[in-house]
Design a binder for this molecule. Structure first.
Ligand code: ATP
Ligand code: MG
Length: 395
């Protein structure tokens, strides 16, 4: 029996004028993610089909479960569109199934097929009752739902429907610059941004020697986890030591975190412009720490006109952790390496910083040239399926 994975577009079909762009992007993403398997992928306006080698099915489904834009899929048996072949295949498909009650549901997109959907379902139901003893039809709560889709040349029979990851196909919604720390929140924020169809570049601020190389490796490992949901992530590692040391030398300790984050946002905006990203994305969550009170966010955000998307802003920590576990970043995030945000945490960070005071403090040192230098001296790593050999052992 020949099988095929059939992908249903679900929410994508509401994209009317743009539907082809969404479908074509999804098609390219699936092709890219399945490039190491022997497959044949084709599509029409309502479905995508993947022919596969039976041995690869499990791995392919695992991969598909990481592709945004897939709302539902089925593993269907494929047959020529003629009545006898379909009847024969239905009996073969259900022969191994254990059930008492069943229902047949037919969808007929090929209107030249001589029997209506309802009549065909009835006909197949009668055939099953005649051929297999002790079975009953139950149209409300059947134990086995037998789906038949009749299309022009080929028809499809399937029993189970699976939920896909949902969201929009990666690459349909522009680009975000993700502030990626080694913590729990920012990889989750990145995942949720990818879910909306964005591609991402990631930015990590490090303060060597105050932070370790292990902390950097954590961020590379997290980027690699996010890569499962997208085709490529460029990771920019910003040497932040000089800026941070200048802040701690020149500025009232209560304001250090506020000013540090204003510097991060300034760098983010510069990089976003450079890399043609339309938004900044980060893992800020309202109320979580002093720098994430609404007043702090307001004062920090004041340095940029760029939209800052905060996908986890309104989630509880436990809700964020649930997602982190689901996307397999949690265990990496809780590894105990210091981040540049945690090394110099003052005893009493300001909870309600004042904008004028922040600007006054900043005027104590020439941050523009330090920002320029940090950007120029950044390390760029392309996180792809084949990551550079020199980083391979870190992942
Ligand atoms: P946690 O999960 O422990 O809260 P976090 O990474 O969220 O860790 P926060 O201090 O809450 O740490 O920082 C808020 C957000 O700012 C992060 O989610 C991240 O987007 C960004 N950020 C913080 N530190 C860095 C860093 N070193 N490099 C890049 N982005 C950072
Ligand atoms: Mg946080």
């Amino acid at each position: 029996m020949e099988r095929v994975i059939m992908i249903k577009y679900g929410e994508l079909s509401t994209k009317k004028g743009n539907i082809n762009f969404f479908i074509n992007t999804l098609y390219k993403n699936i092709q890219n993610k399945l490039k190491n398997f022997k497959t044949k992928i084709y599509k029409d306006i309502s479905r995508m089909y993947i022919e596969f080698d039976d041995n690869d099915l499990e791995q392919i489904l695992k991969t598909i479960n990481h592709i945004f834009g897939i709302h539902e899929y089925v593993v269907a048996y494929k047959v020529d569109t003629n009545i006898e072949s379909i009847q024969k295949l239905v009996l073969e498909v259900i022969a191994k199934e254990k059930f008492n009650t069943f229902k047949v549901e037919t969808k007929r997109s090929d209107k030249s097929f001589p029997i209506s959907s309802l009549d065909f379902s009835r006909q197949i139901g009668g055939l099953i009752l005649k051929n297999i003893v002790d079975k009953k039809v139950d149209v409300h709560k059947p134990e086995l739902l037998i789906n038949i889709e009749i299309r022009k040349d080929k028809s499809y029979i399937y029993l189970n429907e699976y939920k896909g990851l949902g969201g929009y196909p990666n690459g349909t919604l522009g680009k975000g610059m993700l502030m990626l720390s080694g913590g729990i929140d920012s990889p989750v924020a990145g995942y949720l941004a990818l879910k909306r169809g964005m591609t991402l570049d990631a930015v990590y601020f490090e303060a060597i020697p105050h932070t370790s190389i292990e902390a950097r490796n954590k961020v590379i490992a997290l980027s690699k986890k996010l890569l499962k949901y997208t085709n490529k992530i460029q990771l920019h590692i910003i040497p932040f030591t000089e800026i941070q040391e200048s802040i701690y030398k020149n500025i009232d300790s209560a304001y250090c975190i506020t000013i540090m984050r204003r510097m991060m946002y300034r760098i983010m905006e510069r990089l976003a412009k450079m890399k043609k990203a339309q938004v900044i994305v980060n893992g800020e969550s309202i109320g979580q720490v002093a720098s994430q009170t609404l007043t702090s966010m307001n004062v920090i955000n004041n340095v940029t006109n760029y939209p800052v998307i905060r996908p986890v802003a309104c989630l509880d920590k436990l809700e964020i952790i649930d997602i982190a576990k689901k996307i397999d970043t949690y265990d990496i995030s809780i590894l105990p390496y210091e981040d540049c945000c945690t090394i110099f945490v003052p005893k009493h960070p300001v909870i309600n910083p004042n904008l004028d005071d922040s600007i006054k403090y900043e005027s104590c040192f020439d941050y523009n040239s330090l920002i320029e230098k940090a950007i120029n001296e950044r390390l760029v790593i392309d996180i792809k399926d084949e990551v550079d050999n020199k980083f391979q052992d870190l992942l």
